[in-house]
Design a protein around this ligand. Structure first.
Ligand code: FAD
Length: 497
């Protein structure tokens, strides 16, 4: 099979998937104004990997003789890991890090689960075999898979089976052909534009909640799957000039509803086993590996934002002011910390069987650091921008009218560029920092891998506390406890009174 191209990806999306938006069913996501710009961006990723000059950077040959994206590669050495990262980074650079759930994200997650095959086989050999076959199937077709692993936000004080209504996806039936599932999962990012969706459960389950302990994968077009899209930011743009990011990278998020969906056994990877439902994330490399991909993407996005911050300061003539130089230096330091952490995850990687995987602790530390960093980073650049991101023509239409354009050109002034140059920088800045698209990105970076309390637990779980406390204890041991005279026995005195 040739390297997957954008055209092959777009053609595959023309199926019977059920996507609803604004009270209607979307007929074709590849042409609908709510999605087409972003579909084209995903197609651009596939075209880039298929370009002959990018063959070795972006793809590798599988043991079955297919050339597919390097994200599917299971690294056995530090060099493999670094080469994979370079491919992920090159794809991220094409979208400036704004597509969180690009196809390399799930290729990475599924690779992590594949590396954990022995762990999963110990739980259920038949289900592990089904996953091995699925991995080969998805990898050899270079499929765009997304995932829904979080339950709909309902009552957080209750477990899935105790919600007021039966909202969480669960098994309702099973027979010789497979299982039948009903219920919902919280948010499928990019699912509207993907080939397949991987469905799992990453939240804690109680003993007896086996019906919720499941994972499987299906084509998005499977009968019974309904995607309830959030508002499309892409549909709301006036032009790509006004919204350079929203118009191209609105990857979409959708509640995924399953109405009596049949899942054949060959697509069921965890079934009824609460321990296996957890093990697939945390006892295999899956969770660390998938979020390592996210940190690679994020470091590209921070680099982009840093470049934007510098352009904003230049346009405003503030770049040389000592206070602004200090702000830029702090932003550059924070971006460098993230770059350093990604390099550190690789350098401090560990063996997992024959594989070489990133450091779990450095990954979770980076996760915790960046979910806190991102809103601050954005806010700092907003502070640099001032009102210039608001002092803008309402849309490109203003520029098409010569009289209005004269006023715009007279009022948009910069020593670094011309009027349209200033407008372009500030429109890009608003789309990255203040638009509805930008605001969704703040929420995304804060939550895509779990709320902060979840990441804190992962940091504490993976940090080498014994090494840290051993040092503290060694320091305590340097000074032996001083001898203290025995306490006076006051009871006798009290008795005498
Ligand atoms: C833009 C976006 C895209 C997403 N894409 C995907 C996707 O592609 N696939 C997918 O599976 N999921 C996706 N998600 C879901 C994401 O994984 C969840 O949002 C995340 O795990 C947090 O869960 P929650 O939203 O239910 O928040 P909650 O867990 O309800 O947390 C919200 C806040 O409530 C408080 N809180 C809740 N529970 C506790 C507790 N036990 N202890 C202390 N404090 C608590 C904390 O203050 C916390 O910050 C996406 C989310 C967003 C915002």
């Amino acid at each position: 099979m040739p390297i997957r191209t954008g055209a092959a990806y777009v053609n595959a999306l023309r199926d019977r998937r059920r996507v609803v938006l604004d009270g209607r069913t979307v007929a074709d996501v590849t042409t609908d104004p709510a999605f087409r710009g972003t579909v084209a961006s995903f197609a651009g990723l596939y075209d880039m990997q298929a370009a002959p000059g990018n063959r070795d950077l972006m793809t590798f040959e599988t043991d079955t003789g297919h050339r597919v994206n390097r994200a599917w590669q299971l690294p056995t050495s530090l060099q493999d890991l670094v080469e994979r990262r370079q491919a992920i980074e090159a794809w991220s650079a094409l979208t400036f890090g704004w597509l969180g759930r690009s196809p390399d994200h799930l290729a990475t997650a599924l690779g992590g689960l594949m590396m954990g095959d022995a762990v999963m086989a110990a739980h259920d050999p038949a289900r592990a075999a089904a996953f091995r076959d699925y991995f080969t199937y998805a990898r050899d077709r270079d499929l765009f898979v997304t995932y829904v692993i979080q339950n709909p936000q309902a009552d957080k004080s209750r477990s899935p089976s105790a919600q007021a209504r039966d909202v969480v996806l669960h098994v309702v039936d099973e027979d010789a052909a497979g299982i039948t599932v009903s219920g919902a999962k919280m948010l499928g990012t990019s699912t509207v534009m993907a080939d397949e969706v991987f469905v799992g459960n990453i939240q804690p389950l109680k003993p007896g909640e086996g019906a919720y302990a499941l994972s499987f994968a299906l084509p998005v077009s499977t009968p019974g799957i309904v995607l309830l899209s959030r508002r499309s930011y892409e549909a709301g743009v006036t032009s790509a000039f006004d919204y350079p990011l929203s118009s191209r990278f609105d990857e979409n998020d959708a509640v995924v509803v399953f109405e009596g969906v049949k899942v054949p056994w060959e697509r069921v990877f965890v079934h009824g086993d609460v321990a296996a439902a957890r093990a697939q994330w945390h006892e295999t490399p899956t969770h660390v590996y998938q979020n390592y991909q996210s940190q690679i993407r994020l470091k590209v996005k921070l680099r982009f934002l840093l470049g934007l911050a510098r352009r904003i300061a230049e346009v405003n003539g503030t770049a040389g002011m000592p206070q602004v130089e200090a702000v830029l230096a702090r932003l550059a330091t924070e971006a460098a910390i993230v770059e350093g952490m990604v390099a550190g995850m690789e350098a401090a990687g560990r063996r997992f069987g024959p594989y070489f995987v990133p450091s779990a602790h450095l990954l979770y530390a980076a996760q915790t650091y960046t979910q806190d960093l991102y809103p601050r980073f954005v806010n700092t650049i907003r502070d640099l921008a001032g009102g210039g991101v608001i002092m803008l023509p309402s849309s490109v239409r203003d520029l098409e009218d010569p009289e209005i354009r004269r006023h715009v050109e007279a009022t948009q002034v910069s020593s670094a560029t011309d009027a349209l140059g200033r407008v372009g920088v500030m429109k890009l800045a608003w789309d990255a920092l203040g638009s509805e698209f930008a605001s969704r990105h703040v929420q995304y970076e804060m939550f895509y891998a779990g709320a902060s309390y979840v990441n804190h637990a992962n940091v504490n779980r993976t940090y080498d506390w014994s090494a840290a406390t051993a040092l503290a204890d060694a320091a305590l041991a340097l000074s032996p406890r001083p001898a203290v005279p025995d306490r006076l026995d006051l009871s006798q005195g009290e008795a005498a009174e």
